[in-house]
Write a protein that binds this ligand. Sequence first.
Ligand code: OGA
Ligand code: ZN
Ligand code: ZN
Length: 377
Amino acid sequence: MESRSITTVIANDNKCQITWSDGQVSHFHALWLRDNCPCPECLHPQTRERVLDIMDVPQDLMMPTTIKIEAQNLAITWQDGHLSEFNASWLKDHCYSEHALQSRKEKLNFWNEDIARSIPEIDYDAIMQEDSGLLQWLDMMVEYGFAIVRNTPTIHGEVCKLAAKISFLKETNFGREFEVISKANPNNVAYTAISLKSHSDLPNWELPPGVQFLHCLKSEATGGESTLVDGFAVAEILRLENPEAFELLKSQAIPFRFHDEEWDLSHEAPTIGCNASGDYTDIRYHAALTAPLQIPSDNVLPFYQAYRALTNIIRAPENILELKLMPGDVMVFNNKRVLHGRAAFDPTSGDRRLEGCYVDNDAILSKRRVLRRKLQD
Ligand code: OGA
Ligand code: ZN
Ligand code: ZN
């Protein structure tokens, strides 16, 4: 806690500089501080939501001269007499120096086939019985984008109970819960026995499901081995090897579509999604659901070239984790980051049965924050 004490505050025009007892320095703008005043007039005391209207505060707000510092508290009386009192720890947690912003980013661990030696895995009971187990699982999901849950009872519907530890399910056109078996009349290549090359599910939705659960109930058929590829890791390889291809896949939206009797779901988006800071947000990659390209003619051949360059990296054996799911295993993965697939299987050699469902990534992140808060108290 010592490092969270304030040593000095220097006010300078429209900003102030806080030096902490560990020697670190933070800068806060007057306008930012006023906007984040935690008093009950500015922040609703029950909902903890902002009720202050920033338009009621002048844009050129200056730091006042009346600033009272105590080690754990910073009290600012503004020119209009309004008092804002900040807790030092809260301020440190919300410092927006470059260093602080960087250190608060999620630590993602990009992987390749070598992860086979230390697969992120956890026992079903550890998750169901202890918050600490549940948190450990969610941490793996964030760091690696997947985890295998072992020893899940091989009971119909159990996968939904596991997902319900996190949140309500995300329903799609394939239902709340779906069965992956070879079907006589499939409306989806997954419901056949053919191989599924690495792909992401439902890129034809504006908001594809964040996290997919696939629970193995039976794996008696020959073949059907599962594959996983870290989509962010392969995108990063492409960025370094072939920046032009990377830029095109990041900027050129392409159409995706699924249609059957009841549905016609279509969305356009780039293959590689990045936010304004250049961090990866999502990969949309599924040949079966890619609609005929409707993009500027000059981009067609460069697009195919870029897509093939990415595909070569996705298919390079060193980037593929191969596993044979056994009854009781649940493969859980971030569908926006990790591509999944399976080898063909022989449906006459025995049963292969998976049950699946989805939840959103928001739910994973929310549950993780709530558990961290709970377990830290
Ligand atoms: C799917 C899928 C993989 C498998 O249902 O989306 O990719 O192992 N299934 O059958
Ligand atoms: Zn206030
Ligand atoms: Zn799939």
